[in-house]
Write a protein of this length. Structure first.
Length: 267
């Protein structure tokens, strides 16, 4: 017992240092709900993540990435969306966003997820959208996309500018994967890892012409895009421990988040 105590204490200290110094805007881990059944956002943005579905089942609450009894995640059934469809469908979590957010030239996103096997359609993991002249449009979107050989890659859109990452190793089905994306004045770096491997960057950073996320949206979506006719599919798989920062995380920060996700500790 005496030998384990310092290790546990060190882990708790590393968590408090990472999050007390600069908490994220959004921190959703789905481990608890409000009286209304929503998920409290423990980030500085506040608010509650609400289960939202139209013509599809709502996301299910399932065991989280650590597998511990009190660790929960969301599982989404997924379904293709088409520009030919007149009746949109979605199954997602929605978090309302205040309108007074400033443009972000630095931001970071991390999450754990699983994915269906070699699906043809791009699955939306994360999106922020804004209503513009009555038409929904995405200011930022992250999707999981199969390349020509069926290997997964990320598609990241910022202010309408798209980027497709290099393919990466991924076990389909129930295997959890960690991803972190860091945007610094137009430079995007993507890091990935599974439960048992250290994080590593994918290929080389992408240079966006867009230097900041200025199209601050009305709502943040997990598992679906805001636009109903976007030729994108709802996420088919699980999502856990979604964190969004209004700063650029260091690789050391990201390594700590990866380690936290492998233990039954809250972000």
């Amino acid at each position: 017992m005496m030998t384990r105590f310092p290790l546990i204490l060190l882990a708790l200290i590393s968590v408090s240092v990472l999050h007390a110094a600069d908490r994220p805007l959004v921190a959703l881990n789905f481990n608890e709900t409000t009286e209304e059944g929503h998920f409290p956002n423990k980030g500085t943005l506040g608010g509650e993540g609400k289960l939202d579905a139209l013509k599809l089942p709502k996301p299910e609450i399932v065991p989280g990435v650590t597998g511990e009894r009190n660790d929960r995640a969301l599982e989404l059934a997924g379904e293709q969306m088409s520009t030919q469809t007149q009746y949109p469908k979605h199954s997602r979590v929605t978090l309302e966003v205040p309108e007074d957010l400033k443009p972000m030239s630095h931001w970071s996103l991390s999450m754990w997820f699983t994915a269906a096997e070699r699906e043809q359609w791009q699955h939306v993991l994360f999106g922020w959208g804004v209503q513009a002249k009555g038409r929904p449009s995405s200011g930022m979107i992250v999707t999981l996309n199969p390349d020509a050989k069926g290997q997964p890659q990320f598609r990241v859109d910022v202010e309408g500018e798209s980027f497709y990452s290099a393919p990466f190793e991924k076990s389909y089905g129930d295997a959890w994967m960690f991803v972190a994306m860091v945007f610094k004045e137009g430079e995007l770096t993507i890091y990935t890892a599974d439960r048992d491997k250290d994080i590593k960057p994918l290929y080389r950073p992408k240079q966006f012409e867009t230097k900041a996320f200025t199209n601050i949206p009305a709502a943040l979506y997990l598992g679906s895009a805001d636009a109903p006719y976007s030729n994108l599919a709802n996420q088919k798989g699980k999502i856990d421990n979604v964190l969004f920062y209004d700063r650029a995380l260091t690789q050391e920060d990201i390594s700590k988040l990866h380690q936290i996700g492998r233990r039954p500790l809250l972000p």
